[in-house]
Design a protein around this ligand. Structure first.
Ligand SMILES: [Zn+2]
Length: 335
């Protein structure tokens, strides 16, 4: 069974959750439909690298889903040649159908085995996606492994496009990754300060892949995205898929931020003292009371510390935001 009109997005939305696997030949290789929203493309020529591109881990983050869908169509028709092994994942089809971020629990908190501590329909999906990525990378023979997990954010941002880079636990950062971030139009990179349970961190930690969570602007419904804002990313992904080459811009053009504190919702009356539509990376003055509840109070420690991913519409005990601080490039250990 092939994909009608090469439209993997429509195909995925229409498929049942337990879709059966199938495979077929396309001009530059073999397409394996491994499950709902999971498409593996193996080139007929010897491949240099193994690349995972995922979107829709949050079902309402449609712009990168549409971008990947367009790339898949160009590969399946032979308009683009394929010279890497490629795994395309639409992370959460059920939430995509419902235009929701998630159904029961945030899927992007469930990786690295964290699904074992949760209940909900996302648990089985997280387990399946981990297994799929592991199988894909373990078949890998040579070259590099990459995983870019593409998102859009709930709110606006001082930097419209930015990446969250995996925690390296003291290991040097790869400068070519930051040069790639610049090439795809990212303005900032947030350096994780601890192990996480996100999809991209799974690929980094378990398979040594170059991986990142990439934020590409704000959430919009299907059909409502201006994909011309993602032209740099589209060009760089084509270069990666067709020429097996990681596009390189100027690494130091990308602003660095490090996490200094994790905010946690600790009570029902917990609130953040920011506007409902406050942008990511909004900076505050030292002493500003950023969060308060009957149990705690959080004050900004240093001028220009900023907030990223604020969210209080979640259960007690979950992360309500990150406090981040600009970091000088001279202090970053790179190779
Ligand atoms: Zn997201």
């Amino acid at each position: 069974m092939s994909i009608p009109n090469h439209d993997f997005l429509q195909f995925t939305l229409a498929q049942p959750e337990k879709a059966s696997a199938s495979e077929y030949i396309f001009p530059y290789g073999t397409a394996f439909i491994e499950g709902r929203g999971i498409l593996r493309l193996e080139p007929s020529e010897q491949a240099q690298h193994s690349v995972v591109l995922s979107a829709g881990i949050h079902g309402n983050e449609t712009a990168p889903i549409e971008l990947l869908n367009a790339l898949v169509a160009q590969l399946l028709t032979g308009e683009l040649a394929l010279s890497v092994r490629l795994l395309i994942i639409f992370g959460h089809p059920q939430a995509m159908v419902q235009s929701e971020r998630f159904c029961d629990v945030n899927l992007n908190r469930l990786f690295c085995g964290a699904w074992q501590r949760y209940q909900g329909m996302e648990v089985a999906r997280a387990q399946l996606l981990e297994q799929t990525v592991s199988d894909f990378f373990e078949q890998h023979q040579q070259g590099e492994k990459y995983h870019y997990d593409l998102h859009t954010a709930i709110r606006g941002s001082q930097y419209e496009k930015f990446a969250v880079h995996p925690f390296t636990n003291g290991a040097a950062y790869q400068k070519q990754q930051f040069a790639f971030y610049d090439a795809i139009g990212l303005e900032a990179v947030l350096l994780s300060h601890q192990a996480t349970t996100t999809f991209s961190y799974y690929s980094y930690a378990h398979h040594g892949a170059q991986a990142a969570t990439v934020e590409l602007g704000q959430v919009r419904p299907f059909g409502d995205n201006d994909l011309s804002k993602l032209t740099q990313l589209e060009q760089a992904l084509k270069e990666l898929l067709v020429e097996a080459n990681l596009a390189q811009g100027q690494a130091q053009q990308v602003r660095l931020y490090e996490v200094v504190d994790v905010l946690t919702k600790d009570a029902d009356d917990y609130r953040l003292n920011i506007a409902a539509d406050e942008k990511n990376f909004t900076a505050f003055s030292k002493g500003f009371e950023l969060a308060r509840s009957s149990k705690s109070c959080y004050q900004i420690q240093q001028n220009n510390d900023a907030i990223v991913f604020p969210n209080t519409k979640l259960p007690i005990g979950q992360r309500s935001g990150l406090v981040v601080r600009a970091k000088d490039w001279a202090t970053l250990k790179t190779i």
